[in-house]
Design a protein around this ligand. Structure first.
Ligand code: GLU
Length: 485
């Protein structure tokens, strides 16, 4: 039995917001770690100074926190493998890359941007599949290098990739992956600003942080052979690799901003529950092998395995997310929905009205099966929050008949006699009067619904009455009689 504690990491670059794909990567790492009693590390890959965005790390932390993804080590938590911000580890990368230079596994390159551009253009003309550095600086002698360094000529350090070789690695999701080194560029490892590139920093940190399994998006697959070469050059053991399938739009193109939201915070702002988003994202590339789609975090932790992640791109289906939001919201305890509903009310046109907890809980009971989002309580049943000021025109035409006012008046008298009526009491009262007058129930029910709600749709009319209570019901019938007769 392998007694090593699994250690995985989520290693985002702080570019401003957390992409849905980033949430999936973070989640799969989290599930993997929790499932195996391992550790999850947060490492901030902030070595690309050009892409640095102020506040991005805070935003990332806030979003991951909201989603319920917690870390065992990271910039704010600490840990034995820190610092966890790559920009605070520059000396480590520098020393290690110099070791590679001493062993001719990496080399100084002083080529100017102009030369590199010219090279690229020439290669483009020759229609080469990809632009590659021509190893020009590999032939510089020790004294030439020293001279250039002494005269402060800007330089980078490049990986010395040996031609005509094969690089292999195993990927849990893709099995054996093979690359030809002739297709691998002499990657820059250390940039002229003294910062490492992603490749160098990523490999060094995965090694020093004792990462056992690298779980990341498919877009990093083509970087992995470079990493494998680096592990070999350093003489380090390689971690396991798992490259997660691409996320696709419904038309099978790569998930893009143009076709919808890609930032987790956009979904959060739109009122998606974290439980629904986590459930949805978990299914973007993974299933347990059955048809089950509703999951809570605990069950995901219990059932998740990389072996059940598939290779094929995962289609982002907004309808499924909406359905999951409906399911998760429906299953939430009323007390929790109440809190969220209060927040929603405070942002709405009803913010200055006062509602008791008891009243709101009744609304939740009546509407639970009909709402997908908390805000739907307000948009789908505004009449619970304020008496209708107008009545749906079309509905009136169809349902408010000549005798409606008279019948509603009679019904109102009946209701007035009730003491603290329940839903059933309202129903019985209506049935009795309909029976006595020998008139079908619908002739009472439809105008009644219009009077109390203003609209033709919603929960059962007796449910509406029992939420509103006797006084409010009668007052709404009175207003309707006044306005409509
Ligand atoms: N910094 C990379 C990113 O932004 C990390 C890729 C990896 O996990 O190796 O996604």
């Amino acid at each position: 039995m392998n007694s090593i504690t699994p250690r995985v990491r989520f290693a985002p670059s702080p570019t401003g917001y957390l992409h849905i794909g980033g949430l999936r990567t973070a989640l799969y790492n989290f599930l993997f770690a929790k499932n195996k009693n391992g550790k999850l590390i947060l490492r901030i890959e902030d070595t690309d100074r050009k892409r640095f965005v102020e506040g991005a790390v805070e935003n990332l932390n806030d979003t991951l926190n909201w989603a319920g993804i917690t870390f065992d080590e990271g910039p704010d938590i600490g840990g034995e493998s820190g610092p966890y911000l790559q920009s605070e580890r520059l000396q480590i990368y520098k020393e290690l890359v110099e070791k590679l230079v001493a062993e001719q596994k990496a080399y100084y390159c002083f080529c100017t941007p102009e030369r590199l551009e010219q090279l690229r253009e020439e290669q483009q003309k020759l229609k080469l599949p990809q632009a590659k550095y021509d190893k020009h600086c590999l032939s510089l002698s020790k004294s030439e290098i020293d001279e250039k360094l002494n005269s402060n000529i800007p330089f980078v350090i490049r990986l010395n990739v040996k031609p005509d070789q094969k690089v292999f690695f195993n990927d849990v999701i893709r099995e054996t992956v093979e690359f030809d080194t002739n297709n691998i560029d002499d990657q820059v490892l250390l940039k002229s600003d003294g910062f490492p590139t992603y490749h160098l920093a990523n490999v060094v940190d995965d090694h020093l942080m004792e990462i056992t399994d690298v779980i990341r998006g498919e877009e990093w697959l083509s970087s992995t052979p470079k990493h494998v070469i680096l592990y070999d050059y350093f003489g380090w053991d390689k971690p396991g690799f798992a490259h997660l399938p691409l996320l696709l739009n419904p038309d099978k193109s790569k998930l893009s901003k143009r076709q919808g939201d890609v930032a987790v915070e956009d979904y959060r702002e739109k009122g998606y529950l974290k439980e629904a988003l986590i459930n949805f994202v978990a299914l973007l590339g993974w299933n347990f092998g059955d048809d089950k789609e509703f999951y809570e975090m605990d069950e995901l932790i219990e059932k998740f395995s990389l072996e059940r992640v598939h290779k094929a791109g995962a289609v982002f289906n907004l309808e499924k997310l909406n359905w999951l939001n409906y399911e998760h919201l429906r299953k939430k305890p009323d007390a929790e929905v109440l809190k969220m509903l209060r927040t929603e009310i405070s942002k709405s046109e009803f913010s200055s009205n006062i509602y008791s907890d008891e009243y709101l809980i009744k609304i939740i009971g009546a509407m639970k099966e009909r709402v997908s989002f908390v805000k739907d309580y307000l948009t789908k049943s505004p009449y619970f929050f304020q008496a209708p000021e107008s009545y749906e025109e079309q509905n009136l035409k169809k349902r408010w008949l000549e005798d409606s006012a008279e019948l509603l008046n009679k019904l109102k008298e009946r209701f007035e006699a009730l003491v603290n009526p329940s839903k059933e009491d309202f129903e019985k009262a209506l049935e009795e009067i309909a029976g006595q007058l020998n008139i079908i129930k619908g002739k009472f029910v439809h105008p009644l619904r219009i009077a109390v709600s203003g609209v033709g749709e919603g929960p059962g009319v007796y449910d509406i009455l029992s939420v509103l209570g006797k006084e409010e019901t009668i007052s709404r019938i009175n207003s309707a009689l006044k306005k409509l007769s």
